[in-house]
Design a protein around this ligand. Sequence first.
Ligand code: SF4
Ligand code: SF4
Length: 290
Amino acid sequence: MKELTVISGKGGTGKTTITAAFAALAQGQVMADGDVDAADLHLILTPRIKKEEEFFGGRAPLMDKDKCDECGICMELCRFEAIRDFIIDPISCEGCGLCMHACPNDAITMEEKFSGHWFISDTRFGPMVHGKLGIAEENSGKLVSLVRQQARLIAEEENKDLIIIDGPPGIGCPVIAAMTGVDLVLAVTEPTLSGIHDLERVLGVAGHFSVPATVCVNKFDINTENTEKIKEYCRERNIEVVGEIPYDPIVTKAMVAGQSITEYDSGVVTDIIKKMWARIETGLGNGFER
Ligand code: SF4
Ligand code: SF4
């Protein structure tokens, strides 16, 4: 079984457009949406939810007022000032558990904390696992790991040999959870200065975890000079640029229509994405260089 993660240094680089197109082109895959903070793959894949489960992403303190004698020790010790007037503020609390250990009356216990939901759905391209973190909830890395684990179980049960993961933006814990141990990372970038900077950071993370990486430059023609810089950067590090996609408003039209670009149109962008997919499929079979 192979796993491909599509990532970008930040949101809005076309990552989901490309992931959705791959979903349409690949046959027999499981989709995993790792963007649990701000998922948008479902806008194109329109999943029909078959199973919904609660996600408990950490522990939170619960104070028993009957046992509390208001000594104030917990308030003094909490580094995050999350306890005021003997009331715990769940937003400020970091779940460290110090208050529980410090309370002389055992008035505080750490309880599992409801943090969101995860789902198994059907899409027109096959099964999809996705999650939704509650507002202001953390631990998205844990939820991404759970989404990936469930996707692997489905792939095993249904004999599917590919998992395509729509990774979260950035380089934080959820991104690491989305890329560790996968067979290939495709980093989608735009040829802007911030895009280049973000690309360097995500490729740095992939390199750190020894995950093979390739690059796609989206809207390459909005700044060909920067595109050349990206290609040079990749050449120096032996990272293959598998696709250069021109700016085309048809991509937005496809999104608005709730379709992947390859379903919506058979023009230049679709053509390039098809070639890119063919290269990635071959590379996944043969192994990209680490
Ligand atoms: S668990 Fe830690 S952060 Fe939360 S209230 Fe207790 S001491 Fe403060
Ligand atoms: S340490 Fe325990 S008893 Fe003291 S204020 Fe906090 S919860 Fe109450």
